[in-house]
Design a protein around this ligand. Sequence first.
Ligand code: GLC
Length: 507
Amino acid sequence: MTIPWWRDAVVYEIYVRSFADASGDGVGDLAGIRERLPYLRDLGVDAVWLTPFYPSPMADGGYDVADYRGVDPLFGSLADFEALVADAHELGLRVLVDIVPNHSSSQHPWFQAALRGERRERYIFRDRTNNWQSTFGGPAWTQVADGQWYLHLFAPGQPDFNWREPEVHEEFLDILRFWLDRGVDGFRIDVAMGLYKAEDLPDLPAVDEQAFGAARSPVWGQPEVHEVYRSWRKLLDGYPGERMAVGEVWTDDPEDLARYVRPDELHQSFNFAWLQAPWSATAFRKVIDDTLATVPFATWVLSNHDVVRHRTRYETADPGTGLSRAKAALLAMLALPGSAYLYQGEELGLPEVKNLPPEARQDPVFFQSEGKLPGRDGCRVPLPWEASGPSHGFSPGGTRPWLPQPEEFGALSVQAQTGDPASTLEFYRAALACRREVVEDVPHAIEWLDSHEDALVFRRGSLVCALNCGTDAVRLPPHESVLLASGPLAGDALPPDTAAWLQAPPA
Ligand code: GLC
C-alpha cells in the first residue's frame, strides 16, 4: 500500500486576514500569501490550509460566506487564487481550503430569498424558539420581520442551513467540485459536527449541556451527518491526486471522533484533545493512547485561529516557561505518528496579544458576550515579517494593520529571528528538516519506554523522543546521540519543560 501524502503531512494554517498584505489596505490577501510561499517551503511544511477568503460581510472574519464560489475583493480575485495554487504546487506545497457547510452569511442569496418568504426550508425557521444559546453568547434565535425566528448557532449573521433539505446537499457537492476543479488538494470542514440538529429541536435540560461539540447533544453530532461525509468522500475519491478532507470536530469522546474518520468518511479530523490537555505527562500520554487506539489516521494540533496561542496557555508565573514548553510540545508532536497542523506565527513563538484596545477588537465573541470574553482577536494579530516599520512588514508603505501589533513583535519578526540559531524560527526549521530526514522513515507505531511519571518517553524504531513535563530534571533514556533538543541539555539530564529527539542505541 502506498502512503497517502496527508498521512504524515505538516500542514500550516494561514489565517488569511493576518498573514501578509500585498494590496496595502492593512488586511492580508491572496497575493500576499503568494509572495511568501517560498518562506513556507523553506520552513519545511507540506501543505497550507487557507481560512475562508470568499465574499463575506465579515460578521465572523469570513466564516460567514455570502458566495461559496468566489473571492472577496478584500482578498483578491479568482485569478489570484488560481495563481496561488499554481505557485504552491510548483514549490511542492499542497493547498487546502476551508468549507463552511453549517451556516452561510445572512447576505447569501438563499437567505435573502428566505427573508422574502421564498424557500425558507433551506434554513431553520420556526414560529417559536427553544432555549439553545449561540456558541458566541446570547440566544441562538433571531426574529425576522414577519415574526418567524431563524436558528444561528454562531452570530446572527450566520444562519444555520437545514441539512434535511436535499438542495443543500446538491449545493455543497457542487461547491466542492468547483474548488476541486481549480486544483485544491482538499478541504478543512468548518464545524463538521454541526450540520444536523435533532429533528424536533428539543429544549436542553440545562443550557450548559450544549457545550460546544459535546457528544450526545441534540445540537451537535447527529448520526445523519455521517451520510454527508460518505457522499463527500465518494466525490473526493473520484478525483485524481489524493484529495482529502479534515474535519473540525469538537467532541469530548474519542470514540465519537473516530466515527468521522471511518474508511468511507473524512480522511482526518483535528485532535483537539491534544490542544486541550494541560501541561502534564499523564494527560499527554492519555491523549496519545486514546488517539492511537481509536483513530486510524492521527492528527495533532496545538494552536489555531480560535484558541489562545499555546505559548501563552503554557505560561506560568515563571517567565519564559510558555515558550520552553511550546517548543518542547512541538518536538513531541512532530515525533508522533500522523500529521501535524501548525498555526501561523507559532514558528515565531508569538504570544497571545492580550491587551488589544476594545475599539480595535472585531471578533463577534467579544460583542455577543458584551465584552465579558476577550474573544479570539489576540491570536489573529497580523504577522511581523520585519523588525521595524509601521506594520513590521505586514503591509507595504505606511499602512497600519487591521489589528495593532505590540512592541514585542519586532524582536519576534521573521527578519529578527532568521539566522539566529537560538531563535524559535530556526528551531522550527531544524525540527521540520529533521522530521523529514528521520521521522518519516521510522515505523508508524510507537512503543512507550519506562520513564519518570512526569516524563513522556517513546520510541519509533531508531528514534526516541523524551519530554519532561515535571519540575526536576530527568535522566535521558539510553541513546547513541542527540538529534535535536528544544532547549539546552545538561549532560545526560533532560531539564524541565524540555524535549529531545535521540538516536536509539543499536538493538
Ligand atoms: C469554526 C471556526 C471559527 C468560526 C466558527 C463558525 O469554529 O474555526 O473561527 O467562528 O467555526 O463558523
